[in-house]
Design a protein around this ligand. Structure first.
Ligand code: NDP
Ligand code: OXD
Length: 315
């Protein structure tokens, strides 16, 4: 009896099992850790931050489906079996991330913190504003999520640039690729949006040296950082130092080196920072279960899996 198992850390396994049954009541669902049944019956694992050594104990595993777009926590398991790892590429998730990115770019661009402070102080300060076209937004990690957010910002009038590993061609957006073109990309970015995956190559890529290479020609005189990729992409201490020295104008952080962000972290009360608890683009159980079932059916019918992770690249 082939079964699929949900192996989740920090997510509600019952909610996911219910969503799977709503998509197809005939599917045999297992739940880690209390209801795994016979390991040899499990052919597919649906995971979010799976604990190490769990997947390796499933001898008949055919594929691992990440329930999120990022697979860093899966690849961190040194005992990962040699089966395809599929990541989520899903329109619902893409739209949610674009909402988050557009919202934060606009909040900085329209100086929402200043308006909120003035509101609290009952201060009628009708300060000068500028056009979207005065700002250049650089999207670091110009993949599925980065390109969608970039398109939406472009339509709002921002100048947009994208940086990725391989060169992209997107009408109306200037693209940069590889370490050779990184400095040129940074030098033109007034707002840096980080949507990279966390890999050995991108760990701590956002540090004080990188921040110092960002544009200072924009209307705020110092750059703005938005990180919705992973916390391990940045050095939090460097971000705080750059904010305090005025080398960064402001930041929006959805992801952190340690999650949840510890209670005593200065970021919680930093006046120049928006903090959100890793919710930029949630995984919707219904849409994602449907997507996974479609892929399993295709595979069982002799077809190919989509969005298979390249383990060598790490994303
Ligand atoms: P993609 O794989 O589609 O895009 C990743 C992009 O990063 C690609 O353009 C890739 O280049 C580029 N890239 C990777 N490594 C490098 C490198 N060393 N140098 C330059 N560019 C690099 O992923 P998604 O857009 O779907 O997702 C991006 C990340 O967003 C996820 O990995 C995850 O960490 C994060 N995320 C966060 C969420 C949240 O709620 N905060 C929700 C969902 C995702 P190339 O195109 O050439 O391969
Ligand atoms: C993801 C996330 O990677 O939610 O999908 O962080």
């Amino acid at each position: 009896m082939a079964a699929l198992a949900f192996i989740l850390s920090g997510w509600d396994v019952d909610m996911w099992a219910k969503a799977m049954h709503a998509c197809d009541p005939s599917v045999h669902v297992r739940r880690y850790p209390e209801d795994m049944g016979r390991p040899e019956d499990i052919h597919y694992a649906l995971v979010w931050r799976p604990p190490p050594y769990v997947l390796k104990r499933l001898p008949e595993l055919k594929a691992v489906f990440s329930l999120g777009a990022g697979v860093d926590a899966i690849l961190a398991d040194k005992t990962l079996p040699d089966v395809p790892i599929v990541r989520i590429v899903d329109q619902d998730m893409t739209m949610r991330m674009s909402e988050f990115v557009v919202m934060h770019v606009l909040m900085h661009h329209r100086q929402q913190k200043r308006i909120d402070e003035n509101h609290r102080a009952k201060l009628w300060d009708s300060f000068a504003t500028h056009a979207a076209s005065a700002l250049s937004v650089g999207i670091m990690g110009f993949g599925v999520l980065g390109q969608d957010a970039g398109e939406k910002l472009k339509h709002m009038g921002f100048q947009v640039a994208g940086w990725s590993q391989s060169k992209k061609q997107v009408p109306g957006i200037d693209t940069y690729a590889g370490r050779e073109e990184l400095d040129a990309f940074l030098a033109r970015s007034d707002i840096l949006v980080v949507l990279l995956p966390h890999t050995p190559e991108t760990t701590h890529i956002i540090d004080r040296e990188l921040i110092r290479k960002l544009s200072r020609k924009g209307p705020f005189g110092a750059p703005i950082l938005i990180n919705a990729g992973r916390g391990k992409l940045h050095k939090q201490a460097d971000i705080i130092e750059c904010l305090d020295r005025g080398e960064l104008y402001a930041a929006s952080l959805d992801v952190f080196e340690e999650e949840p962000l510890p209670q005593d972290d200065v970021l919680w009360r930093h006046p120049k920072v928006y903090v959100s608890p890793h919710l930029a683009a949630d995984s919707d159980p219904k849409t994602i279960c449907r997507n996974v079932l479609r892929q399993i059916k295709a595979l069982e019918g002799g077809g190919m899996l989509e969005n298979v992770v390249d383990r060598r690249r790490g994303y």
